[in-house]
Ligand binder design. Structure first.
Ligand SMILES: [Zn+2]
Ligand SMILES: [Zn+2]
Length: 340
């Protein structure tokens, strides 16, 4: 399966948290946490459509200004998500600048902020550039089953965790995945091309089987096409499987309520990105700061049956000792895997 999501830590395992998730073929990307993002080229920042912030400690949220700076003057909307109090935090960030000249802008860069409250509700507000980013369009939302964001291709689940302050853990779930048997294209006399992406989208949208679908391509200057009922392309070329799942969790205390919440949230996570802030030798410090040790992170990853575990947000205390952190995480993950 060629995964739809390609995740990469913007600042490596030690730097500010920011996980850039490119959605292949979609010309869009997601970001989990918004620490310093200067290492991301602007063309990548301009692909970001949603940002899922765990909490607004500075190392997780200071990249907001750069996101705003790059997006300003462009006809784009970026949606941000965070814990209780987050909408006001976005509002205050925007209110820190002077906006007297933006009303006549041709474009209307827009930020939509959503905060997850308890009891399956959320609050949302929009900030339009042309309205000088004044808070508006306030609404309260009812969420279904912890799903904080739903789009045709994927959904994002969130859980409120404890870090001494509410902190969100996320699971990114691709709804279904369409594989194309490329070796069968020849038999139909069809080349690869952007139409395959349109075919995948039609299948994922559940377009009716009898709906005409047009495969198209160019031969030099000439535009060629072949139209058949969707079902024919589907049966001959496509293979639909369960989608990819990526978990993201950071800045949490190692306690029962967090573990219980993660058991539910992280079901089926193939790749789990999890903070490994401290080594076990500094477990008292981790407890004090409501962070995880690498050993605890490995235990959690095994406990939720993650397929693979990737550490990040490692304390700079351990620069030069990355192998020790990874080793501790891996051995806890292996030792606990398979235990009930
Ligand atoms: Zn942090
Ligand atoms: Zn924190």
């Amino acid at each position: 399966m060629r995964p739809l999501f390609r995740p990469a830590l913007v600042n490596g395992p030690y730097g500010d948290p920011a996980l850039f998730v490119d959605c292949l073929f979609e010309r869009r990307a997601l970001l989990f946490d918004l620490g310093n993002i200067l290492a991301l080229p602007p063309r990548k920042i301009l692909r970001i459509t949603e940002v899922f912030v765990s909490h607004a400690h500075m190392d997780h949220f200071m990249g907001f200004d750069w996101l705003l700076r790059i997006g300003l003057g462009r006809p784009r909307t970026v949606s941000l998500f965070g814990p209780a109090g987050f909408v006001a935090q976005v509002e205050h960030k925007l209110a820190a600048y002077t906006w007297n000249l933006v009303e006549g802008y041709e474009t209307d860069f827009t930020i939509i902020a959503t905060e997850l409250l308890g009891g399956g509700t959320a609050r949302r507000a929009a900030f339009h550039c042309r309205e000088a980013f004044r808070r508006g369009h306030d609404e309260t939302l009812r969420l279904q089953g912890g799903i904080i964001h739903d789009s045709p291709l994927f959904r994002v689940h969130a859980a409120i965790l404890d870090h001494g302050t509410p902190c969100l853990g996320y699971l990114l779930e691709e709804k279904r995945h369409v594989n194309i048997w490329k070796d069968r294209l020849d038999g139909l006399g069809l080349p690869v091309g952007p139409w395959l992406r349109e075919l995948k989208q039609a299948i994922l949208r559940d377009d009716p089987d009898e709906a005409p679908f047009r495969a198209w391509w160019r031969e030099g200057e000439r535009l060629c096409s072949q139209t058949r009922p969707l079902v024919e392309f589907k049966q001959r070329l496509a293979h639909v499987v369960a989608g990819d799942r990526i978990g993201y969790v950071t800045d949490i205390a190692f306690n029962d309520s967090n573990i219980r919440s993660l058991e539910t949230l992280m079901q089926g996570a193939e790749r789990l990105f999890i903070e490994s802030r401290f080594l076990d030798e500094d477990a008292a410090r981790a407890k004090d700061k409501r962070h995880l040790t690498a050993r605890q992170a490995g235990w959690i990853a095994a406990h939720v049956h993650a397929g693979q575990v990737i550490p990040f947000h490692i304390s700079p205390l351990y620069r030069g000792r990355e192998d020790a952190v990874r080793g501790e995480l891996a051995s806890a993950f292996r030792a606990s895997a398979g235990t009930p």
